[in-house]
Design a protein around this ligand. Structure first.
Ligand code: GDP
Length: 580
């Protein structure tokens, strides 16, 4: 009908396009998408609940956990989760707060199951580093922080459990600086800790907020005083007040308020103190977070200049006509960035999860919207296969229940149930062709042969292919053609258990593991010619990945360093990450 339309409806189309562009820009601007990184037990579940409480997304603390429990009671796959008392799957939660739309990408907390967490960080725009005030930086935090760094995410630090004896705030600032080279800018500052925790000083308002234990599910309404208010002397013990005055002075010396760029680039972390459990300091964090966190950013991509050239959310009409107008030049593909405000929809599949609903044995592909507007029922193309898929059953994950989404914008996460159509790292788009660069897998540290009984080979092969496609685990193979057993390569031990459990549960195959004593893997970017150039190598074993590319395995760092010293030059560039 558009082709036959006269000039009056051309005007209408232009108005509609302009309206759509305005709508998208407004929605993108109010979105704040983030993931919480923390060591298990630091209080992520508790913090998540309190954050949701502020948007009225849940009505009572305890609901997030209760829902998780309800689910694991009904799902087979989750039996393992329940047995171990951990959270394996991740979901995205969306809620509104003071005009902002918050998207929290929940990451599995267990230290052994990190692969998913890394991928989730690939879909996040901001990271919240949650630290246990008594423990400071812990091992899991280190690994996750490295990924946040790799992605250049802004980091916000919340120091939790201040109602327990905690490290001094300056010690935590020092840890962040020493370990991560991260500068801190405390927005709030604690007054005492443990039994003597009396509240926080809020720098932007120069106010002291007194700590009051909250009732279940309620935000604590705390009293506020100006820092210099003489009344404080009657409320806060003299030594703590004196310490506070000294520390506030020290904070001034430490540095001024950082610029927006310093925060956005992850050079400086805004820092907050409180107690998630008692809902203290969480509101101050959230208010500051929505003003400082970055909205969805332009994403690197390759593809048709009609969508990539539009770096600016341009007023010119060429970008909205682009899909038909520049098709002729469609064969030229360029590298550039896609604006989240582009009117062309695109998304990235960052996670697949099988059998979330045991009644349907379905598979959910989690897509992060990168640009444009997602509509229920829209048709998209999968860049990898060229297949056109109708997105008729999109689901937004809220805690464990599913709600059907009608529309979505950059930064939103949508669960798509469409078995077999998607793989991790897939780009989907409507409009001019484009594709996003691959998501790196994290470097594996544990290796084991996976074996099955001879009469189950067929189901076994199917299972390995399925789990591999889903990205549940990486698989390597011996270069010896007589050894066909796959080598599982994992980030944590639990990943092995999950694979074995699912092989049995979903494919009916009993498997056994034979651990291999390697702990370092490197992909040889120069491929087999580079391996040949290097010649005979001691202290390493050459295997190949699922795509036939050479990978070197080492027993320890020492062996790795030795090979680098002797053959590094001939081997050329090595990568700790497997690029699909
Ligand atoms: P996760 O493993 O990071 O999700 O941690 P949880 O939210 O499950 O919390 C771990 C434990 O720490 C639980 O027993 C919580 O009740 C407790 N916890 C969380 N936040 C606080 C806090 O602010 N103060 C105190 N005292 N305990 C907390």
């Amino acid at each position: 009908t558009a082709a036959a339309a006269g000039s009056s409806s051309d005007g209408e189309n232009a108005r509609a396009a302009a309206e759509l562009a305005r709508r998208i820009a407004a929605e993108v601007a109010r979105r704040r998408n983030f993931a919480i990184i923390s060591h298990p037990d630091a209080g992520k579940t508790t913090m998540t609940e309190k954050l949701l409480l502020y948007g009225g997304a849940i009505h009572e603390a305890g609901e997030v956990k209760a829902r998780a429990n309800a689910r694991s009671a009904t799902s087979d796959f989750m039996a393992l989760e329940k047995q171990r008392g951990i959270s394996i799957s991740s979901t995205a939660m969306t809620w509104q707060y003071q005009g902002s739309c918050l998207n929290l990408l929940d990451t599995p907390g267990h230290q052994d199951f990190s692969e998913d967490t890394y991928r989730t960080l690939a879909a996040a725009d901001n990271a919240v580093l949650l630290v246990d005030g008594a423990k400071g930086i812990e091992p899991q935090t280190r690994k996750l922080f490295a990924v946040a760094r790799l992605r250049g995410l802004p980091v916000f630090t919340f120091v939790n459990k201040m109602d327990r004896p905690a490290l001094n705030g300056f010690e935590i600032i020092e840890q962040l600086e020493k370990e991560f080279g991260l500068q801190s800018y405390p927005v709030t500052w604690p007054i005492g800790s443990g039994d003597r925790f009396c509240g926080v000083y809020h720098r932007p308002s120069n106010k002291v907020l007194l700590y009051a234990k909250a009732g279940r599910g309620k935000a604590a309404a705390s009293e506020q005083y100006e820092l210099g208010d003489p009344a404080l002397a009657g409320i806060i013990e003299a030594d703590l007040l004196e310490q506070l005055m000294e520390e506030v002075e020290l904070l001034q010396i430490l540095g001024d308020e950082p610029s927006a760029e310093e925060i956005a680039s992850g050079a400086v972390t805004p820092m907050y103190f409180g107690s998630a459990f008692n809902n203290f300091g969480v509101d101050l964090f959230l208010q500051s977070f929505i003003s400082l966190a970055v909205p969805p950013r332009p994403a690197k991509a390759k593809g048709n200049p009609a969508v990539l050239a539009a770096l600016e959310p341009s007023e010119d009409s060429s970008s909205s006509n682009g899909s038909s107008g520049s098709k002729a030049a469609g064969s030229t593909s360029i590298e550039g960035t896609v604006s989240p405000e582009s009117t062309h929809f695109s998304g990235l599949v960052f996670k697949l999860q099988a059998n979330m609903d045991p009644k349907h044995r379905d598979k959910v592909a989690f897509v992060r919207v990168v640009s444009g507007k997602f509509d229920k029922g829209m048709k998209v193309k999968v860049a990898r296969t060229g297949r056109v898929v109708s997105l008729s059953r999109p689901q937004q994950m809220f805690a464990q229940s599913r709600a059907t989404v009608q529309e979505g914008f950059a930064g939103d996460v949508i669960g798509l149930t469409n078995p077999g159509a998607f793989a991790i790292g897939d780009t989907i788009y409507a409009g001019p062709e484009l594709s996003f660069p691959p998501i790196p897998s994290f470097s594996p540290e544990l290796f084991a042969y996976l074996r099955c009984a001879p009469n189950q080979k067929k189901a076994f092969a199917k299972g390995v292919e399925g789990l591999l496609g889903e990205g549940a685990v990486q698989v390597l193979y011996s270069t010896d053609e007589y050894i066909t057993d796959p080598i599982l390569a994992a980030v944590g031990q639990l990943q092995f258990e999950v694979v074995q459990y699912r092989m049995k549960d979903e494919y009916g195959v009993d498997t056994s593991l034979e651990p291999l004593s390697f702990c370092v893997a490197r992909w040889v970017l120069g491929g087999w010619p580079a391996v040949e150039r290097a010649g005979r190598m001691f202290n390493t074993t050459v295997v190949k990945d699922a795509y036939g590319r050479p990978v070197l395995l080492f027993r320890n760092e020492f062996a790795f360093n030795q090979v680098i010293a002797e053959q590094g030059e001939k081997l050329g560039e090595l990568s700790a990450f497997a690029l699909p």
